[in-house]
Design a protein around this ligand. Sequence first.
Ligand SMILES: [Zn+2]
Length: 42
Amino acid sequence: MKCTSCGKDNDKVIDSRSARGGLAIRRRRECLDCGERFTTYE
Ligand SMILES: [Zn+2]
């Protein structure tokens, strides 16, 4: 998953939980390059 700030594909998942009644998974990610934190839905 590319960072929303620096565009590098170097992140770790901090937290994940189900969303939309289990249809999607929401993940909190932190970029290891710049420290940006962002949320993705998969
Ligand atoms: Zn970054």
